[in-house]
Design a protein around this ligand. Structure first.
Ligand SMILES: [Zn+2]
Length: 301
């Protein structure tokens, strides 16, 4: 059995081989501003007002629950690199048979140098079972601000969503508007088949998360062949043909931020993660052989 990322507390993180320096540096870096709790405040409202998630706010203040008191001083985490670095530091990757440093780096959209620095490695030698930190989202700004704001206005059907399925669009062009039109032409009255679309810098921003109306209206997806699966699966699509090219570093950063926010803050449960082709009866190569599906399973299973 493999430890889940939730089991990695700060203490465990600091104790883990090879990442001590990184973890200490990250925790020391976390820039923050202060806020004094007033009457009527809830953790959720304070988080929302400062554009951070409640989980981030809890982490910044070492709170285990939502209980706060009037007059209590809270650290409001900054939205920059420090916050996201902490998030990524909580995502250890367990080296598997056949892994190489180059392969792991590529799969996480970082360079071998970045991976070695993050783990204080002096050589390229790694061993099976070793824990590596994969700082895919270090130095990447928060890509979720607008997604959080849009989601704060709706009632998420938490109990309904049982899995998150990742897709590629299979073409290098397109954005939410264009795919929405295409899907309507194909007879989908709810338009864009996915709940979220992550751009590649051509027709929308690189790593830009576009929110589909199926998310804001909490409607079933149209991204799977099976109607039953569509009822309970959140669909995230990355623009690109990942049979031919890899997703960009920013697309992967956006994807991991979105995944972690959905599981940790929105649904507050660990739900099944799958690549489209892994679902029974779907007969597809989606999301393409160059999408780092194994690395994502290591993070989210
Ligand atoms: Zn697909």
């Amino acid at each position: 059995m493999q430890p889940t990322r939730r089991q990695f507390t700060k203490k465990a993180l600091l104790a883990a081989a090879g990442c001590t320096a990184l973890a200490q540096q990250l925790f020391a870096q976390a820039s923050s501003t202060g806020y004094t709790v007033r009457k009527g405040d809830t953790l959720g409202h304070i988080a929302q007002r400062h554009g951070v998630s409640t989980a981030e706010l809890r982490r910044a203040n070492r709170l285990s629950g939502d209980l706060i008191g009037v007059g209590q001083k809270l650290n409001i985490p900054g939205q920059g690199a420090a916050t996201t670095a902490i998030a990524s530091a909580r995502n250890p990757y367990l080296v598997q048979s056949g892994d190489t440093l180059g392969g792991i780096a590529r799969a996480h959209g970082i360079s071998v140098g970045e991976l070695k620095r993050a783990n204080n490695l002096s050589s390229d030698v790694i061993r099976i079972g070793q824990t590596l930190h994969t700082p895919a989202i270090v130095n990447t700004t928060d890509l979720l601000t607008h997604v959080r704001a849009a989601t704060a206005k709706i009632a998420v059907r938490r109990d309904n969503w049982q899995r998150i399925v990742v897709h590629h669009s299979a073409i290098k062009y397109g954005n939410a508007k264009k795919y929405d039109a295409a899907h309507r032409r194909r007879g989908m009255q709810n338009g864009l088949a996915y709940h979220f679309l992550i751009g590649n810098g051509i027709d929308s921003g690189d790593g830009e998360i576009e929110i589909g109306s199926r998310w804001t209206k909490q409607l079933l997806g149209g991204h799977l062949k099976s109607y039953q699966l569509n009822l309970s699966a959140i669909g995230i699509c990355l623009v690109g043909n990942f049979e031919q090219t890899q997703p960009s570093k920013k697309q992967l950063a956006a994807f991991t931020q979105l995944m972690e926010w959905l599981q940790g803050d929105v649904l507050k449960k660990k739900i099944q993660f799958a690549g489209h082709r892994e679902l029974k009866g779907e007969q597809t190569i989606c999301p393409g052989k160059k999408f780092p599906l194994a690395a994502m399973h290591a993070r989210y299973d």
